[in-house]
Ligand binder design. Structure first.
Ligand code: 13P
Length: 233
């Protein structure tokens, strides 16, 4: 199975960035999912090569209705979105996405034909206390509770909170070990995310326990991101 490279533009980018990326995404050794802000999903789908999947960074836990400001999974699907990042730490921390809300959103996404990319990971304090395994186990078990959750239908992204946008990463062997535990808990190896750069990406991607990468800052750099996709040295 091909590994997957997921770009998370967060609240960055505009139509000009879509134009800049579009010609650079046609050569890829990996499956690629680009997740721009909602407003750019449609234009990304129209301009990116067909081989590139386009996804959203969040979705509503409701199918439709009186939820002002929310975007539904059906609406994401309608403009060509195929994937959706759910439970990113920036949403867990700032927008009230608890484990329960995350589980509801995952069910809603699957119901509406989107592939969820569910983020889990520990804080710096939890890492320092050696609680990483305990935390990811809890996040996964809350995810797997209830009906309609089939791990074969989604990706898990292991993103240690302290590695997001900080330039710091766990060591390669720590990631390998944690991914091994995640496999034991749910039967799938996750993608890794947190401070991935062109320079360090291969160290993680080469691990058998790494299904792919979820890339923030570096996914806004068209040169580095397309070099990662095309495996150029
Ligand atoms: P950085 O790659 O900027 O650390 O962000 C990681 C991330 O949050 C991807 O979802």
């Amino acid at each position: 199975m091909r590994k997957i490279i997921i770009g998370n533009w967060k609240m960055n980018g505009d139509k000009r960035l879509i134009d800049e990326f579009a010609p650079l995404l046609s050569t890829s050794s990996y499956d690629c999912v680009m997740c721009p802000p909602f407003t750019l999903i449609d234009v990304a789908r129209s301009n990116f090569p067909a081989s590139v999947f386009v996804g959203a960074q969040d979705c509503s836990m409701f199918d439709n209705g009186a939820h002002t400001g929310e975007i539904s999974c059906k609406q994401i699907f309608d403009v060509g979105g195929t994937h959706v990042i759910i439970g990113h730490n920036e949403r867990r921390a700032n927008n009230g996405d608890s484990d329960e809300v995350v589980a509801q959103k995952v069910k809603c996404a699957i119901r509406n034909k989107l592939i969820p990319i569910v983020c889990i990971g520990e804080s710096k304090e939890e890492y320092d206390c050696g609680k990483t395994i305990e935390i990811v186990k809890k996040q996964i078990s809350s995810l797997l509770q209830g009906e309609g959750i089939d791990v074969a239908k989604f990706f898990i992204a292991y993103e240690p909170i302290w590695a997001i946008g900080t330039g710091r990463t766990p060591t390669v062997s720590e990631v390998d070990e944690i991914h091994g535990h995640i496999y034991k808990f749910c039967g799938i190896y996750p993608v890794y995310g947190g401070s991935i750069t062109y320079e360090n990406h291969k160290d993680f991607l080469n691990l058998n326990s790494v299904t792919g990468l979820l890339i923030g800052g570096t996914s806004l750099n068209s040169k580095d991101f397309s070099k990662i996709l095309s495996c150029l040295d």
